[in-house]
Design a protein around this ligand. Sequence first.
Ligand SMILES: NC(=O)C1=CN([C@@H]2O[C@H](COP(=O)(O)OP(=O)(O)OC[C@H]3O[C@@H](n4cnc5c(N)ncnc54)[C@H](OP(=O)(O)O)[C@@H]3O)[C@@H](O)[C@H]2O)C=CC1
Ligand SMILES: CC(C)(CO)C(=O)C(=O)O
Length: 325
Amino acid sequence: MKICIFGAGAIGGYMAAKLVQAGADVSIVARGPHLAAMQDKGLTLIEEGHDPVTLPVRASANAADLGPQDYVILTLKAHSVPPVVGAMQPLFGPATTLVHGVNGVPWWYFHKHGGPLDGTRLASVDPGDVQWNGFGPDRVLGCVVYPAAEVSEPGTIHHIEGNRFSLGEPDGSKSDRATALSQALQAAGLKAPVRPRLRDEIWIKLWGNLSFNPISALTHATLDVLCTDPGTRDVARHMMIEAQTIAEKLGITFPIDVERRIDGGAAVGAHRTSMLQDLTANRPMEIDALVRAVQELGSLTDTPTPTVDTVLALVTLRARVAGLY
Ligand SMILES: NC(=O)C1=CN([C@@H]2O[C@H](COP(=O)(O)OP(=O)(O)OC[C@H]3O[C@@H](n4cnc5c(N)ncnc54)[C@H](OP(=O)(O)O)[C@@H]3O)[C@@H](O)[C@H]2O)C=CC1
Ligand SMILES: CC(C)(CO)C(=O)C(=O)O
């Protein structure tokens, strides 16, 4: 089974290291000093309770060096994907599966969704249908990423916590391709359940990212603070209730309530969300996939989203003023 991880930064680098350790046939597409370090010295993984390991990896900036794959695991930030659709084409053969390990509302959300919105394209996450047309939605195997990791220096991945990558077909079936990848990830010591209702998990994760991430970028507060301060907790609550109304119209079932989800955020502790980290490091922020897409889903389902709209306007201007949007 040939696996290529495209955009092997924090999450893709963690997956790559675990798969290489387990003897899988893995290659990496990366760039810049991180790629140079992996090519020179190998990929180093630091995990709690383990000695750091440095592993030889096949890494390139150019997909054409690696050729067609069985699985391409995409672990870029959402806004980085449209510009690389063309550059990724050498990785695809007729049966290549694209595993979409990207936070937020995925561009393929309505593929095989059923109902009146089946096949709808989302302009907020896929302007011009570049991904829909360039990848083709039939390749897609959905993935919800739960681990936390960071690139602590070029070539080095610091795993913080978690090892679950939930997988799911857009039509909910337990396909051979999902089962085979799940087995490969499990052999690498990762949790990789194949879910019949992956969109439910997308929304549970999105609940937090939709609200905590922009609130943290606006306030610079850590999760423990913004989830317990009465004012920001209330803003998060309103955003999540608006999202829940949309999601339930789309057939989503939430196994927990909003208060429990916010308590879960608070329990993570003094964590700076990825959007706050991106803002302070002058990197583009995942505003469209995490927040604007929910606004778009609100308008597709005739659901008012006043709090989402307000926070989206503020965080968009914050990013624009910083030159990041
Ligand atoms: N990190 C985390 O703890 C978590 C992340 N996620 C999600 O997982 C996804 C990946 O996040 P994360 O791993 O943190 O992101 P990273 O930025 O660490 O990784 C993406 C990597 O792709 C590289 N890259 C970008 N464009 C290209 C390109 N054109 N060619 C080759 N390489 C490229 C980036 O390089 P460069 O640095 O030069 O831009 C970077 O090394 C996101 O959607 C994120 O929200 C989900 C859960 C937790
Ligand atoms: C904040 C958290 C942990 C959940 O919303 C996250 O996923 C992020 O930092 O992007």
